[in-house]
Ligand binder design. Structure first.
Ligand code: BTN
Length: 246
């Protein structure tokens, strides 16, 4: 499916994901992009809030209407690859994807991805992929200051958000098209960039913590973890901590 973006800018909204989902329900087409200057109810995974001050960062959501055979569970893989490449291209900063949906730099979180989908029977009718990227934030609230970072804090420079978005969408379109025919190449690229792979990780899941060596991701983007006694488990999602003693 060819990509042509239709970008809609809003000054403020509760959450670009919520706005995009409302538009998707009203039949907004594949490739609709919502970008907000600020959010007053920005959401992260679980019940977490996403820090969304005005005028400094990127808050955007993309509506996808995948074809029936599209590998929807890999949308976060191509989203994180697009972010890594766009940040390198426009800010010359090396960052890495942390499974399942984070972008990290120097041990701190720089960005996050929140994909939400709607289905009719076994068909996915739309996916809304929300991206939050800390670009020019100079200071984080006390509760985030030890765990979050921004491109400004890592480079000492302010960046044009429009240029990063342009590069991000360019990479997104290319990866989206590749996903159908070059899935394994994209998975390998993600594995090579991610410090999650080959790390000892502890993953908190609904069923409790699982500890072991992250071997890779499978065709669905699920994390393959080898436990100390040699058995392997597949994880669909979860909060992971790197380099722990099992
Ligand atoms: C996470 O790491 O927990 C995911 C964060 C996703 C944040 C973005 S900001 C744009 C979009 N709108 C939201 O409310 N959330 C996502």
């Amino acid at each position: 499916m060819d990509f042509s973006y239709n970008i809609q800018y809003v000054t403020e909204t509760a959450s670009t994901n919520d706005l995009a989902k409302t538009l998707a329900k009203q039949n907004a087409p594949h490739g609709t992009v919502i970008i907000a200057d600020s959010q007053h109810k920005g959401r992260g995974k679980g019940q977490s809030e996403w820090f969304s001050p005005s005028g400094v960062n990127i808050y955007m959501s993309v509506i996808f209407r995948p074809e029936p055979d599209f590998p929807c569970t890999l949308i976060n893989v191509i989203s994180s690859l697009s972010l890594v490449y766009a940040i390198k291209d426009t800010c010359n900063l090396t960052v890495w994807p942390k499974w399942p949906n984070d972008i990290y730099c120097c041990g701190k979180k720089l960005g996050g991805i929140l994909s939400e989908s709607s289905s009719a029977g076994s068909l996915v009718t739309y996916i809304v992929t929300g991206i939050g990227l800390n670009v020019n934030t100079k200071e984080f609230p006390y509760s985030l200051k030890d765990t979050a970072t921004s491109i400004f804090l890592e480079t000492g420079k302010l960046f044009d958000r429009g240029q990063i978005v342009e590069s991000l969408l360019k990479h997104f379109a290319a990866f989206y098209d590749k996903l159908k025919f070059e899935k394994q190449t994209l998975i390998k690229t993600w594995e090579l960039l991610s410090k999650t792979i080959n790390s000892t990780v502890s993953v908190s899941t609904d069923a409790g913590a699982i500890c072991g060596k992250a071997l890779g991701i499978n065709d669905n983007g699920f994390l393959i973890v080898e436990k100390p006694e040699g058995s392997k488990v597949l994880l669909i999602s979860g909060d992971i901590t790197h380099a722990v003693n099992c």
